[in-house]
Design a protein around this ligand. Sequence first.
Ligand code: NAP
Length: 260
Amino acid sequence: MFTSIAGKTVIVTGASKGIGRGIAKVFGRAGANVALVSRDEGAASSAVKEITDSGAKAEWFGADVADWDSVKDMVARVAASFGHVDILCANAGIFPQKKIVDMEPSDWDHVLSTNLKSTFLCVKACIPCFEEAGQGRVVVTSSITGPITGFPGWAHYGASKSGQLGFLKTAAMELVKYNTTINAVMPGNILTEGLQDLGQSFIDTMAASIPLRRLGSVEDIGNAALFFATNEAAYITGQQIVIDGGQILPESIDAIAAID
Ligand code: NAP
């Protein structure tokens, strides 16, 4: 068994839905105090209820992760409410699709600010808390898209997800001073509310291209994030783990067909 993280405080950005909500649930189930961060309280309130109903402490904190003042204020409010901040899951992200030929510089800036600059801002804002606690943990949600694969319309998104891993390497070295590790999860196709809206035939087509023949669940990502937060993962820093059901492995469509 892994050491308990009960009583630790985790900030999960982008926790109102999708992967962030899954991470928040997994940490809540493990007994952590969960600070759920998003801009809109609407969807977040049912996520908070789901966690508090399971017996854990959870609260919503509104913030725009791309804005420094907003992030600083959010971390201060979490620390005031729970007394300490021990773990940051920098997960919030957006993935609008636009091909380069149609992409405006403002589209690029918006995606890079929300996905990449936010990672830097959230880590920076949490450093004083980790210093005070004497240790800390950061888990970044990157993606296979960018660092490993490409998808038309996601040049800006892919750049932001690769950028997070670039940030991670140096951050891992600088955070040693605060007894803090930083690692990344790299999800493949995960069954979120947004993806479900695309319909069953889309989901079936995607699943057929994955060796394990199913999309990932949000808990699949939450479980990996939880591992990085445990004491047993204390000697792992600056690393990333792909969680994709083997999606990046096949050389071609023929390789998938050859499984059967
Ligand atoms: P999602 O379902 O669309 O949820 C995004 C979350 O981020 C929401 O809670 C949203 O709440 C929040 N958010 C967006 N912009 C924000 C901002 N500026 N400030 C604060 N919160 C913000 O997304 P998802 O699919 O779960 O993706 C979550 C992360 O996983 C992203 O980093 C994404 O790149 C990564 N990922 C997802 C997949 C996948 O298959 N879904 C695959 C690989 C990687 P508000 O809009 O209310 O702020």
